[in-house]
Design a protein. Structure first.
Length: 303
């Protein structure tokens, strides 16, 4: 005999009492049906909430994506500007190397390329990620190029310092403002009229006209020499030495360091001379050379 359960409903007023009997299997079926309905309802509620969350998340991601797109455009503009700056640096460096005769750098070397895979498969990424990756590669290349240019300019600076040192010690100005009276090479002796080798140039000027050092150096000799009168010799280094003769007075001491433009003596008429003038010699590696080749501008004393 099936077990039954009675359900009695008694109203608060004087209405009719309701009574029904339900078997245990039916109760189980009803409970199972109710549980099933609750599970189905919960699934739809959760699915609805999940869709709402996903939609909200998607909306936020779209906003972030639009923001990142704008930022990326700004970065790309900055990258373009930096590429222009690096290009300008490269052009200036090339000009400096050309002007100063420094070794050129091959354009392929300037690309400072690197090998190996990038780590990105653009077919599997979004357009935004692809743009980001390309921008990162451009920035990385610019960083390598800027580092290369910095090192190159440091090298140029070092080489120019060396060149400046050489130039500072190379005769390059006329030591006195005067008039060119006799040149370098085989010339007539003003006293005998015979041809003889003239080791320097003669610059006629008034007595006591200032004489200046044509380059940095050290005073190695002050004294009198036969035919040359009062003489000063300056050792400039790098194989250069200069001689100043027929001086009236000297303004330096032996062993003194001088710089280009320093006053060293005055024009005189001592020794074998027909009148006040400076006899000026330039020696390179022990050989007398034409001083006019070591005057950047000779128009101030040439007729």
């Amino acid at each position: 005999m099936k077990k039954r359960f009675s359900f009695i409903i008694i109203p608060h007023d004087k209405g009719k009492v309701f009574e029904t009997k339900i078997s245990l299997p039916l109760i189980c079926i009803l409970i199972s049906l109710l549980a099933f309905l609750l599970i189905i309802n919960s699934y739809f509620v959760i699915d609805s909430l999940n869709k709402t969350y996903q939609n909200n998340k998607l909306t936020e991601l779209e906003k972030e994506n639009r923001y990142l797109e704008k930022k990326l455009e700004g970065f790309n503009s900055l990258v373009s500007q930096l590429k222009g700056e690096v290009k300008s640096l490269i052009q200036n460096e090339k000009k400096i190397r050309l002007v100063f005769g420094l070794p050129e750098i091959d354009d392929e070397v300037r690309e400072v390329g690197i090998g190996g895979p990038t780590g990105f498969d653009y077919r599997l990424t979004s357009p935004t990620l692809k743009k980001v990756s390309l921008t990162e590669e451009e920035l990385d290349k610019l960083l390598r190029q800027s580092k290369f240019e910095r090192e190159s300019f440091e090298e140029i600076y070092s080489q120019l310092l060396d060149k400046k040192m050489v130039l500072d010690h190379t005769p390059s100005i006329t030591p006195v403002i005067g008039y060119f009276s006799r040149g370098f090479g085989m010339k007539k002796d003003p006293f005998t009229g015979m041809m003889q080798f003239h080791r320097g140039i003669d610059l006629a000027a008034d007595r006591d006209t200032p004489i200046y050092a044509p380059a940095n150096g050290s005073i190695i000799y002050i004294g009198h020499e036969s035919g040359m009168g009062k003489v000063i010799r300056i050792a400039h280094g790098y194989g250069y030495e200069t001689v100043y003769a027929h001086l009236r007075s000297t303004k330096v001491a032996r062993g003194q360091m001088v710089k280009r433009g320093d006053l060293i003596a005055t024009v005189g008429n001592t020794g074998y001379s027909t009148g006040p003038h400076l006899h000026y010699e330039v020696h390179y590696q022990g050989q007398a050379v034409d001083p006019l080749n070591y005057v950047l501008c000779s128009s101030d004393f040439l007729d």
